[in-house]
Design a protein around this ligand. Structure first.
Ligand SMILES: [Zn+2]
Length: 681
């Protein structure tokens, strides 16, 4: 039965629509149709093809669902070996590479190399061959000479076109790159897996496991992506540079994650981009473990040539490792201000993420159980950015002999008081109010930057003061004198004088700082400010009942209950009186006065402002009566935007929320120049 022309046309239309949608979703990261619509169109095409066999073309998106399982993977010999890259680890090694190339080129060496910088994806290397514009073979790297034929699996990768677009491709094209999985897709997949099914340890391992399925129908269900950036025999195509190669691959609609590629005009520019990429690696949606740098000009590749396994014109500049393996020497329990017992991993020192790490967080009992971590284990430690290092898994294979499970203490390690277990067993606390560990935590909090901000009162000193019995409450700090302090170990006359002077300075403070410094549960800086306005004084605070507290805009019942319960403890009430007794003073907080310029307005901030720090800008806005919110909505009065404003700016524009610069804001507040948009003026 011949296919009626309208049906054939519809099938062609659907093929194109679905292919385009996949390209936009997987390659450009800019989807145009919803998943539901994609599925609908996909089903429509599948039906048409079921009714009319001849419509099922080889490049149809329906052919991306996998094929019956194989017994084994066939071997594929690479026509041109897949080389690896020389690694450099430091700026000095990078500079050496540049020098070596210059030396080799001699008189022909350029002043500086133009370099193509590419993210070093942490995935599975892949060679993809198109014959007459049609996808033909997908093969792994293997040993570089011979890889495995994973064609059926690669075919299921939705971002990979089964036919090349554009023109100018030769009869046989081989492109190379990496198969990978985004961090988000990896997390989502693992979250759905049960423990019996097993979870993958990282995106790379997940990509590899998915690619090595003998049943490509399984692979088709996995969110694999592919990035292609190397063209075998680029010179034969008359291309002069790696940048041109990337352009050409994109013209053919091959997936090139171009947002992360840079053409760097000099090695200094490349080094700067490297630094930027490394610092921002957390924002890259896929795992990247370094940057590949290639001399951009292809003519120079030939002159520079290759060693046995690596080309001389490219290197992989590795990021500092964020994960390392070391031995768990001990687990210590620390007791914080709230009495929470927190296990801390004591590690054999290991260099990771650019620093030597000796301690790592273990969070709580649950985490210890989940990791099944035992003292003496080999553990993998992760340190990403500035966050506290953490133990992410145990190298169970390396466990030798019998290691005992860690017994979580049922007594406070500091005061021996029996612990309480709350919040479903996750939080273990010492309930003893005079536990020295809690007292130390409270003093540290009271003296911290956002509370009283006492300069020169470090952790060690707080320990000493509490251990010597010199300080039993925060108020006692103000009773310290130079003579007493001088008598402490490691404390000279000068430091003692400085500390007393610092304490004297902060004796005059603000009520919100004192309230925050008390460390009442649920009372952060913002809530402290709100309560201060209502309380007006420490004495006034004591008189606030739960109902009044709960009625304060932005406070609510949970906070109110927590504050009232705290005030009802006699020692706490005594502390408030004592703080006044030792001369802590503060101006009476002003009630919101009517008629301020920004009264009733909700402002959101984004980006880096030229003059004001975030904190200062926030204070300024509040001082003029504005409420500062974190997210844009249609209730936002205006967005205060600085440099590098991101998604908030976009959202504001979408919602027609006015955008103000710092300059405009200051001119408005200080000089009365009303900004030019009707919503405000
Ligand atoms: Zn205790």
């Amino acid at each position: 039965m011949a296919v009626p022309p309208p049906v054939a046309a519809r099938a062609a239309e659907l093929r194109e629509l679905l292919t385009e949608a996949s390209h936009r979703y997987y390659v450009l990261d800019a989807p145009t149709i919803s998943d539901a619509e994609y599925d609908r169109r996909f089903r429509e095409l599948t039906e048409l093809e079921a009714n009319h066999e001849e419509l099922r073309t080889e490049d149809s998106p329906t052919q991306k669902v996998g094929a019956p399982p194989l017994d084994t993977f066939r071997k594929v010999e690479h026509r041109v070996p897949m080389m690896s890259l020389e690694n450099v680890k430091t700026r000095a090694e990078f500079a050496e590479w540049i020098e070596r190339m210059k030396k080799r080129l001699g008189d022909d060496a350029p002043e500086t190399f133009v370099l193509s910088a590419e993210p070093k994806l942490d995935g599975i290397s892949m060679s993809v061959v198109y014959v007459d514009g049609r996808f033909e073979v997908g093969a792994t790297r293997g040993d570089g000479e011979t890889g495995e034929d994973v064609t059926l699996n690669v075919k299921t990768i939705r971002g990979l076109p089964l036919t090349l677009s554009g023109k100018g491709w030769p009869a046989r094209v081989e492109v190379r790159g990496e198969v990978y999985v985004t961090k988000a897709d990896f997390d989502a997949f693992n979250a759905k897996r049960t423990e019996e099914e097993g979870r993958y340890v990282n995106p790379r391992n997940f990509a590899g496991g998915s690619l090595r399925q003998l049943d490509s129908r399984v692979t088709a269900e996995r969110p694999l992506r592919i990035a292609l950036y190397q063209l075998v025999d680029a010179k034969g195509l008359g291309l002069a540079s790696q940048s041109e190669v990337l352009d050409r691959l994109q013209e053919w609609r091959l997936p090139v994650p171009r947002a992360w590629f840079r053409r760097c005009e000099s090695d200094a520019a490349a080094a700067a981009w490297f630094e930027k990429l490394e610092n921002g690696r957390g924002d890259i949606p896929f795992e990247v473990d370094g940057m590949v740098l290639k001399v951009d000009e292809i003519a120079q590749w030939e002159v520079l040539g290759a060693r046995s396994r690596t080309p001389r014109w490219a290197v992989a500049w590795k990021f500092q490792a964020q994960e390392e393996t070391t031995t768990l020497a001990d687990i210590e329990i620390s007791v914080g201000r709230t009495g929470a017992l927190t296990p801390v991993a004591i590690l054999e020192p290991v260099f990771v993420g650019g620093v030597t790490v000796t301690h790592a967080s273990l969070h709580n009992q649950d985490e210890i159980d989940r990791l099944d971590v035992r003292i003496g284990d080999r553990v993998v430690v992760q340190r990403a950015g500035d966050v506290i290092p953490k133990v992410i898994r145990v190298v169970t294979e390396a466990r030798s002999g019998e290691l005992e499970k860690f017994p979580f203490p049922d007594q406070c390690p500091v005061c021996d008081h029996e612990v309480t277990v709350a919040e479903g067993g996750v939080v273990v606390r010492c309930p003893n109010d005079i536990c020295p560990a809690k007292l130390k935590g409270r003093i540290r909090h009271f003296a911290s930057q956002d509370a009283l901000d006492v300069q020169g009162l470090g952790e060690k000193l707080v320990e000493q003061l509490v251990d010597e019995g010199l300080v039993k409450t925060s108020a006692d700090l103000f009773r310290l004198d130079v003579e007493t302090l001088e008598g402490l170990e490691r404390m000279g006359r000068k430091s003692a004088e400085n500390l007393v002077a610092a304490l004297d300075r902060v004796r005059t403070t603000t009520l919100p700082r004192v309230l925050y410094g008390l460390g009442v549960r649920h009372v952060g800086e913002v809530v402290a400010e709100l309560i201060a306005v209502e309380a007006r004084s420490l004495g006034g605070l004591l008189r606030l009942d739960e109902e009044t507290l709960a009625a304060i805009d932005g406070v609510g019942p949970i906070v109110a209950q927590s504050v009232r319960a705290w005030l009802d403890v006699p020692d706490n009430a005594a502390l408030l009186a004592d703080l006044e007794a030792v001369g802590v003073t503060y101006p009476e907080p002003e009630r919101a006065t009517a008629g301020r310029l920004l009264d009733g307005m909700t402002v959101v901030m984004t980006g880096t402002l030229p003059e004001l720090s975030r904190k200062d800008a926030q204070a300024l806005l509040k001082e003029h009566g504005a409420k500062v919110a974190s997210g844009i909505s249609k209730n936002t009065t205006f967005l205060l935007a600085g440099e590098r404003a991101g998604s908030k700016l976009k959202k504001a524009q979408e919602l027609n929320v006015p955008v103000l610069s710092e300059e405009e804001l200051l001119a408005w507040l200080h000089e009365g120049v009303v900004p030019a948009f009707s919503k405000i003026s």
